[in-house]
Ligand binder design. Structure first.
Ligand SMILES: [Fe+2]
Length: 367
């Protein structure tokens, strides 16, 4: 077997080594700038020449090692034809192939997370970049500059037509999951669930929170092809490229509890008085779904900075509410991490509450 295939990282931003044993050459996919020297040393130890560095897309969460490795080794720097990083030397299209010995890479253009996103097929392995993560990691966010949820849906459809036995190697893995097959991901990954473009776009609108400012700075530094690993301050251990990663990573490891709309109503009718926290945007409170009486309203975008307002309820039961459950879960995760230990998410949000025919307050205009 000629193929060398090896993840060079185990957690966080994933970097892959792909090479040909017979040719003694290799590519590195998605290298990090701060690890550039380590890769050079590793290749030297393995007796491999670096043929090229491939970035699956212009990254917004870490600095690419592509430009620096090009300087250090004279290798090619390969990205999609639409990629903006200024020093890219070789540009590929959907369907382009590269080979080393018997090892063949095939590129699949999968825009959505970014317009230049690529997946790479090598043997039975599919490097998905930020187009697809594993399980509830979902997929890359689509709210960065150049991102597009509708395009991302098309890209997932493209992947869904590929063989089930391919093994998915994602661009990020924040929780130590092992690669699984594309067939398993089609079943387990929630981002494969919406079956129409409209449903997918709506699903993402529920979850998108807007990227942190630092991500835009990282993206710019990668477009400028910085060689300075300290040119942007990047928070560590943040699952920033996930759709749900805006606020926190550690929070996503918390167990979240849910309550069904009907069950919640029944319990409240029997005297249960949880603290009701609605995390939607203000106009949504006055739109057709209405809101529950007595809510405290803090938008999920602001909750990280306004926890002091609900500090008195830290040990109370809190029900986190949004339109469908996505943002309420994010808020619940964030609160759990901050020590609010009895936060429950209204499953299906105000949509489920209304579908169950339960009473709501419908103010038409906010005073
Ligand atoms: Fe990304």
């Amino acid at each position: 077997m000629d193929l060398i295939f090896e993840p060079l990282t185990q957690l966080g931003c994933m970097t892959y080594l792909i090479g040909s044993a017979s040719e003694k050459q290799a590519w590195i996919v998605d290298p990090s700038l701060k690890e550039a020297e380590r890769y050079v040393e590793l290749l030297k130890q393995r007796g491999l020449k670096l043929t090229g560095v491939i970035d699956t897309h212009a990254h917004a969460d870490h600095l690419s090692g592509g430009p620096k490795l090009m300087d250090l080794t004279g290798c090619h720097y390969i990205m999609h034809s639409s990629a903006k990083p200024k020093d890219v030397s070789d540009r590929v299209e959907d369907g382009s192939e590269l080979s080393l010995g018997e090892v063949k890479l095939k590129f699949i253009h999968t825009p959505g997370h970014t317009s230049d996103s690529l997946c790479i097929l090598v043997d039975d392995k599919l490097i998905t970049g930020d187009t697809l993560f594993l399980d509830d990691g979902g997929a890359g966010r689509t709210d960065l500059p150049g991102g597009d949820p509708a395009e991302h849906f098309e890209s997932l459809m493209k992947l869904s037509k590929m063989p089930d036995n391919l093994i998915v190697f994602p661009g990020h893995e924040y929780r130590g999951r092992r690669p699984s097959t594309l067939g398993e991901q089609k079943q387990r990954n929630p981002f494969f669930r919406p079956k129409t473009k409209d449903a997918y776009v709506q699903f993402l609108q529920e979850l998108n929170l807007g990227p942190a400012e630092w991500m835009k700075l990282v993206l710019k530094a990668n477009v400028d092809c910085t060689r300075d690993p300290n040119s942007v301050e990047i928070p560590q251990g943040v699952s920033a490229c996930e759709v749900m990663g805006t606020l926190s990573d550690c929070a996503s490891r918390q167990d979240i509890h849910y309550i069904d709309a009907q069950e919640m109503k029944t319990k409240m009718d029997s005297g249960w008085k949880p603290f009701l926290l609605d995390v939607r945007e203000t106009p949504e409170l006055y739109a057709e779904l209405g809101h529950l009486p007595g809510i405290k309203h803090i938008s999920v975008k602001e909750i990280a900075h306004r926890l002091d307002e609900i500090e008195a309820h830290k040990n109370d039961e809190i029900v986190s509410i949004c339109k469908m459950g996505g943002r309420a879960k994010t808020a619940a995760q964030l609160m759990s991490e901050a020590g609010f230990n009895k936060v429950i998410v209204l499953s299906g949000g105000m949509t489920a509450w209304n579908q169950a025919g339960l009473p709501v307050v419908r103010d038409t205009v906010k005073a």
